[in-house]
Design a protein. Sequence first.
Length: 94
Amino acid sequence: MIAAAILSAAVGSTSTLSATTVPASQTVTWTSADEEIATVGESTGVVTGVAKGKTDIIATITVNGLDYEAAKEFTVTEAQNNTRSKSSKADSES
């Protein structure tokens, strides 16, 4: 089971996923279904937003030679720009 408080990130931001495995303590390998939307650290579960959109993030474990997968939809939103341009500031002060 994939666990995360938030299954989204803005472009350029990160979110860390974790997985509960049965049997316990299995090594999880992480992949992204679309790396043009989000990338994920193969061993860390750290997802980085690349472009606005949605993709599945997949956790895979291998038990007795068989692969088991779980996937969750991950949403990447536009980056928030909290800075105002100098021209906008100058215009508002006139």
